[in-house]
Design a protein around this ligand. Structure first.
Ligand SMILES: *[C@@H]1O[C@H](CO)[C@@H](O)[C@H](O)[C@H]1NC(C)=O
Ligand SMILES: *[C@@H]1O[C@H](CO)[C@@H](O)[C@H](O)[C@H]1NC(C)=O
Ligand SMILES: *[C@@H]1O[C@H](CO)[C@@H](O)[C@H](O)[C@H]1NC(C)=O
Ligand SMILES: *[C@@H]1O[C@H](CO)[C@@H](O)[C@H](O)[C@H]1NC(C)=O
Ligand SMILES: *[C@@H]1O[C@H](CO)[C@@H](O)[C@H](O)[C@H]1NC(C)=O
Ligand SMILES: *[C@@H]1O[C@H](CO)[C@@H](O)[C@H](O)[C@H]1NC(C)=O
Ligand SMILES: *[C@@H]1O[C@H](CO)[C@@H](O)[C@H](O)[C@H]1NC(C)=O
Ligand SMILES: *[C@@H]1O[C@H](CO)[C@@H](O)[C@H](O)[C@H]1NC(C)=O
Ligand SMILES: *[C@@H]1O[C@H](CO)[C@@H](O)[C@H](O)[C@H]1NC(C)=O
Ligand SMILES: *[C@@H]1O[C@H](CO)[C@@H](O)[C@H](O)[C@H]1NC(C)=O
Length: 737
């Protein structure tokens, strides 16, 4: 497969993501990709090879001798641990000591020396020690003593989300327990990736200095002897700390889920920073002897390989112009929010015409140098408001490149979602090859697919985790971000979703009875926490240690104050996600680029009204609409209407979701139509039927011949998934008390 990627010079100045190589794949790929083993050998140093050649004959003789002995022993019935334990017999997917496909690695040219580099002057009595980074940097306009290092998007060092996602946190109700934890973890703070534009910018600055083309003065005087000394791709010390700390954190949160008489399987990718992040985490969780507790599986990561933890590498359209809408929008936004800074800095450059791109690169160097050296001279060049603008530039990139604003957002993340789906159902991944980006070989073998564990530990990259969020259909994060001004408030804040060492945690909770949707004071007696009914399972999602209210994205889960969703409902939601991701089409379809701002989701549910059916045959525009639904470019994944019958004029390949919303529909012909349909859900339309929530639940229970109402919170809403913002708001209104 060859990459078709537009690599205009403009692209080069973007700050880089983790692993997508969206700007310049050429850096990652040799012109003809060598076989994997050859590549592994090539990473060995020349001196080792020379040494090996000289002593080769002797070693060969020794090996032949040992081999003969081992064969002789096994002839006599000995089990050969020696051979099975040797490197040669460890398959690449369990190889951790000799790295296979570690990706580019480069250490920094100098080691930090904070006493010499930190130029912050603290007025008397205000000295703030570094911990370990120096984040007490004076920033103009920072009136609230905010931390600019927490608005650096995916380049922020890990911090717990300080504002939450719209609900409070609750302890487990008495008698309930966490049965499983599924963790998807980002690697820690790193040097810039090779595609980052900051190294080109640095070369340019150094050239401007040495040739005298720029005369740095004032705020930029430090450039006179500034050198770019960062490494590339691999973890910095702060990144090691983040993962170790996270292992410790998760030990305290979930240590009891680990069954000490088992060895669990954990997965990461083969990239150096990914493998090491997983290892530091394990050291924090289990201690340095963690290899007794965990088998680590580094799944090969490079362009062209299937890997659900780096899903973009198998998705052509995620790497080309079709998914560049976010970058385009971000670039437009830079010209807005950095106009002042660019004019301001232009004063200090002599004859050189400082550009907006220079300002953006200068900003990007602040987080990178800070995590590498503890301090950076670039940070205080910008006002607090400009740092908020920087954060927003990253939100635009992620939303348009990997989120609901990207045509490939769902497709890239669906592999992990389907793995999770299979684990929850307790079986190996069983979709046909090519249905998602998982490595089919590994996912269909018990030895390499984690299953029947209480604790699942997976490691991934920022954009990939963001796409997983999208593939889950968490439309709470589907805001349409304008490229002209910062949308405030907004839900898409990458700093709170995928900073360095980000954590997405899915808990499975066993409760003895249905937990009340409106949680009582935790101190109340056990009975007050529960509704009548039998044992109930729930899922609970946290991102950056704060609960994501599932009911906001899945109305079927109800508006629960704890943000949980009951497992039965959640499993039905999971059942529909693969179809909505349209993996094949999104990743490999030949569609025209959808300009930024037009896509809100990779696929949508079309809400159709009976009057459209009535008028269809007489209305040419309606006919062209229905005809367009059969085109591949249509991103409609399913259809619904306000009734239980299928609109006959809509294409038959689209699944239909019937709707029941009035008491009359609970009987007669329409009711008969939904019998046997697991998709049927009760839709309440108060302005038509004037029903109270309790009444709807009673009717539903009656209609089903008694039994429990599935939607514990009672916010019984329309058909699941894929709503556009407009459609979602519509249904919300219908569902509001
Ligand atoms: C500071 O905090 C106040 C109160 O929370 C808020 O109204 C104001 O917008 C904040 N200012 C900045 C610059 O963040
Ligand atoms: C943002 O999240 C809140 C819950 O915190 C939710 O009510 C709101 O609908 C979300 N906004 C969008 C645009 O989805
Ligand atoms: C410095 O810039 C000049 C003019 O753009 C260019 O000709 C030269 O090759 C550059 N030198 C280096 C070392 O990059
Ligand atoms: C722990 O694992 C062992 C071996 O698989 C099993 O027999 C035991 O029941 C497990 N214990 C718990 C508490 O799950
Ligand atoms: C890891 O495994 C060892 C050997 O089975 C066991 O002694 C130890 O308690 C385990 N570590 C943790 C943190 O459970
Ligand atoms: C799946 O993983 C195996 C083992 O690491 C590897 O050899 C193979 O190339 C991978 N397949 C794909 C399609 O990525
Ligand atoms: C982004 O901009 C590039 C260059 O102008 C263009 O080729 C590409 O189609 C744009 N992508 C989207 C999704 O708008
Ligand atoms: C991914 O795996 C599928 C089969 O599972 C295969 O058809 C496809 O070629 C693989 N993709 C890449 C990029 O290797
Ligand atoms: C993709 O579609 C365009 C426009 O319809 C067409 O010109 C082009 O040849 C197609 N490319 C491929 C690879 O099919
Ligand atoms: C995108 O939106 C613009 C205006 O909002 C509209 O003119 C254009 O037709 C839309 N394009 C697509 C492909 O939906």
């Amino acid at each position: 497969m060859t990459a078709t990627i537009s690599s205009s010079p403009e692209d080069k100045y973007r700050g880089s993501y983790d692993g997508s190589g969206r700007e310049s794949l050429d850096d990652l790929l040799p012109s003809s990709t060598p076989p994997l083993m050859a590549k592994k050998r090539a990473t060995r140093s020349r001196s080792v090879l020379t040494w090996a050649a000289i002593t080769g004959a002797a070693i060969l003789a020794a090996i032949l001798f040992v081999f003969a002995v081992v064969r002789a022993l096994s002839y006599f019935g000995w089990k050969s641990d020696f051979l099975h334990g040797s490197k040669a017999s460890v398959p690449d997917y369990f190889q951790t000591t000799t790295e296979v496909l570690p990706g580019p690695t480069k250490t920094a040219a100098i080691a930090p020396f904070l006493a010499q580099t930190n130029t912050v002057v603290f007025p008397a009595g205000t000295w703030a020690p570094n911990q370990p980074l120096q984040t007490a940097v004076p920033i103009e306009g920072n009136t609230n003593n905010s931390n600019i290092f927490q608005v650096h998007g995916h380049l922020s060092s890990y911090f717990a989300n300080p504002v939450g996602f719209g609900v409070d946190e609750y302890p487990l109700p008495p008698g309930a327990k966490i049965a499983q934890m599924h963790l998807l973890h980002r690697h820690g703070s790193r040097y810039p990736t090779l595609q980052s534009s900051v190294s080109d910018f640095a070369a340019k600055v150094e050239n401007l200095t040495s040739t005298g083309a720029a005369k740095w003065s004032g705020r930029l005087s430090f450039l006179q002897d500034w050198k770019y000394t960062l490494g590339a791709e691999i973890l910095v010390a702060r990144g090691r700390q983040e993962l170790f700390d996270s292992g410790v954190l998760h030990y305290y949160n979930y240590g009891s889920l680990y069954n000490t008489s088992t060895k669990i399987l954990a997965r990461t990718t083969s990239q150096d920073r990914m493998l090491k992040s997983a290892e530091y985490f394990m050291a924090g969780f289990f201690g340095l002897e963690w290899a007794q507790n965990v088998t680590l599986e580094p799944i090969l990561e490079t362009f062209g390989l299937n890997n659900s933890l780096a899903g973009y590498f198998a998705c052509e359209n995620a790497l080309n112009f079709r998914s560049q809408g976010g970058n385009n929008a971000s670039r437009a936004w830079e010209r807005v929010y950095l106009a002042d800074a660019t004019a301001r800095l232009r004063e200090f450059t002599g004859d050189y015409e400082w550009t907006v791109a220079d300002s953006y690169n200068a900003q990007t160097l602040c987080p990178y140098e800070t995590v590498a050296y503890g301090f950076s001279r670039w940070c205080d060049l910008f006002t607090y408001d400009e740092w908020l603008g920087f954060e927003y530039s990253i939100d635009l990139q992620f939303q348009g490149g990997s989120g609901f604003g990207s045509p490939t957002g769902r497709a890239v993340g669906i592999g992990f979602v389907e793995e999770f789906h299979a684990r929850l159902q307790g079986h190996l991944y069983d979709l046909p090859p090519g249905a998602t980006n998982v490595n089919h070989t590994l996912d269909t073998m018990a030895e390499t697919f984690p299953l029947h564990q209480n604790l699942y530990l997976d490691f991934s990259h920022d954009t990939n985790i963001y796409s997983v969020l999208t593939a889950f259909g968490l439309t709470q994060f589907a805001d349409q971000l304008p490229a002209t001004h910062r949308l405030e408030p907004r839900n898409v804040t990458v700093s709170h979703i995928t900073p360095f060492a980000a954590k997405m945690v899915w808990e499975v909770i066993d409760a003895p009875r249905p937990v009340k949707a409106r949680r009582p004071d935790p101190a109340k007696g056990a009975d007050e926490h529960y509704d009548d009914g039998g044992a109930t399972k729930y899922v609970h999602l946290t991102l950056s240690q704060r609960t994501v209210p599932l009911g906001e994205s899945y109305p079927e889960c109800g508006r629960r104050s704890d943000g949980w969703c009951d497992m039965d409902t959640f499993m039905r939601i999971l059942d529909g996600l693969l179809e909505q991701a349209k993996y094949e089409f999104s990743c490999f379809g030949n569609y025209t680029a959808i300009p930024y701002g037009n896509v809100t989701d990779a696929s949508r549910t079309l809400l159709w009204d009976w009057t459209l059916t009535r008028d269809h045959d007489a209305t040419p525009t309606l006919q062209s609409t229905t005809a367009s639904l059969t085109k591949p470019a249509s991103r409609i994944a399913s259809i619904t209407n306000w009734n239980a019958w299928r609109p006959p004029e809509l294409p038959s390949h689209l699944p239909f979701r019937p709707m029941i919303r009035t008491p009359a529909q609970l009987e007669g012909a329409e009711w008969a139509m939904v019998q046997g349909s697991i998709d049927a859900e009760l839709q309440r339309a108060r302005h038509r039927a004037h029903l109270q929530r309790a009444r709807v639940r009673a009717l539903w229970r009656h209609a089903r011949g008694g039994g429990r109402v599935r939607e514990p919170g009672g916010a019984i809403a329309g058909s699941r998934g894929g709503w556009t913002g407009l459609g979602k708001r519509w249904v919300r209104l219908e569902g509001e008390e």
